[in-house]
Write a protein that binds this ligand. Structure first.
Ligand code: SAM
Length: 380
């Protein structure tokens, strides 16, 4: 009988209307939104808002993480990719209010690694087994396009089998193109927030959200595996702003997403602001995995810094990357973006062994391959 009715267009219309009325009377709960997100990889904003708001029951959290893990395992198995992080300069021309290496922090000792020192990090990293080098730094005028291209070109020449990731902030499209042509493959640039009011609360007026977003579009256009991201719980962040971030990410369709909790730094304007929470960060990781099944999603150092098992929990919530520090020990303390950053005194070999052990203990296996984003043939 029901089958018969469904064949009748008029009755079918009525059926759909009744269903909508029913749905509007009984708001969907978190479990239903998670199911829908897994099926459709996107939600209307009210769905995201509900998922981003506390409280979560233990059962709801488990449902989110089980789904996120299943999706991650379907795409990447139990592999966790390792990236060797080289923090090569803490000079920065920017003055982001949250950041420990901001221009006006006069309490830190500034440093920059020479080309030879950067290459020595790569050499040691390569010997350990790393096949991705991430060069991160403040926006340091010393590192002109020419110097960056020279360093990237030399790493590309010496290690043709490795991926080179840059994370050096906003530059002109021509500069990004030159880095790409010199051999860089990936670029990380968090948008930080996709709400312009919020952006203005975190940055001086000389910086612009539109420009940062344009940089991300340029990077993708050029062909970089492109990473965006935000800090969870940054000062004045609201649930609606994170929803805007998710919408921006859906439009950008990034290959990597770096999210971690905001953690205050004693010498910044936000010294006495509360840190983002472990729970909020894990929820967002699970949501992102369902939104972007193939995305490269790190369990970040900041997550490991707010909880001793933060990175393990990040992996169990859907992350598939860890980025141990392979910078020289002498400079680690100077690249303190926030208080309590982990890995400051740990030798590169030690942190590698330590992370392998931690990942094995939760049933995952560290992979030292390049771990590129698995692009579809029609995908930028
Ligand atoms: N200059 C490059 C850029 O702008 O992308 C890379 C370096 S920047 C320090 C790297 C990231 O550190 C930023 O995108 C930001 O999200 C994060 N960060 C800075 N201060 C932080 C804090 N107090 N807590 C957590 N993350 C922070």
């Amino acid at each position: 009988m029901l089958q018969e009715n469904r064949k009748n267009p008029e009755l079918q219309k009525e059926f759909v209307i009744t269903e909508i009325m029913y749905m509007s009377k009984t708001p969907m709960n978190k479990i239903e939104w998670i199911q829908k997100l897994r099926e459709e990889e996107n939600l209307p904003s009210e769905g995201y808002e509900q998922l981003l708001r506390s409280p979560w029951s233990g059962e709801e959290e488990e449902f989110l993480y089980t789904n996120a893990r299943e999706v991650r395992i379907k795409n990447y198995g139990h592999s966790i990719y390792m990236r060797g992080l080289i923090e090569f300069t803490n000079y920065c021309r920017n003055d982001c209010y949250y950041c420990g290496i901001r221009k006006s922090n006069c309490h830190i000792t500034r440093y920059r690694l020479t080309k030879e020192e950067i290459l020595a990090c790569c050499e040691q990293g390569y010997r350990i087994g790393y096949r991705t080098f991430v060069l991160q730094g403040g926006e340091d005028g010393y590192f002109t396009d020419e110097r960056i291209c020279d360093i990237v070109g030399e790493i590309r020449h010496r290690y043709p089998d490795c991926a080179i990731t840059l994370s050096i902030g906003e530059r002109a499209k021509e500069s990004y193109q030159a880095f790409f042509d010199a051999g860089a493959n990936r670029y990380l640039l968090r948008q930080e927030t996709s709400n312009s009011f919020h952006y203005g609360k975190l940055h001086p007026h000389t910086m612009s959200m539109e420009h940062r977003q344009q940089c991300l579009r340029d990077l993708k256009e050029i062909g970089f595996q492109t990473g965006c991201g935000i800090m969870v719980g940054s000062p004045e962040q609201k649930t609606e702003y994170i929803v805007e971030d998710l919408m921006f990410m859906k439009e950008l369709n990034p290959h990597m997403i770096g999210i971690g909790p905001f953690i205050p730094h004693q010498d910044t304007c936000f010294a006495s602001e509360p840190a983002g929470t472990l729970e909020d960060t894990l929820h967002l990781l699970g949501i992102l995995r369902l939104m972007f099944p193939r995305v490269l999603l790190p369990a970040t150092t900041a997550l490991g810094s707010i909880h001793p098992r933060g990175r393990e929990m990040g992996v169990l919530a859907g992350a598939n990357i860890v980025m141990p520090n392979i910078s020289p020990l002498e400079v680690r303390e100077k690249y303190r973006l926030y208080d309590g950053k982990i890995g400051i005194g740990e030798e590169a070999v030690r942190s590698y062994q330590n992370l392998c052990r931690r990942m094995e203990a939760i049933g995952y296996e560290v992979q030292m391959g390049r771990g590129d984003y698995p692009r579809n043939s029609d995908e930028k």
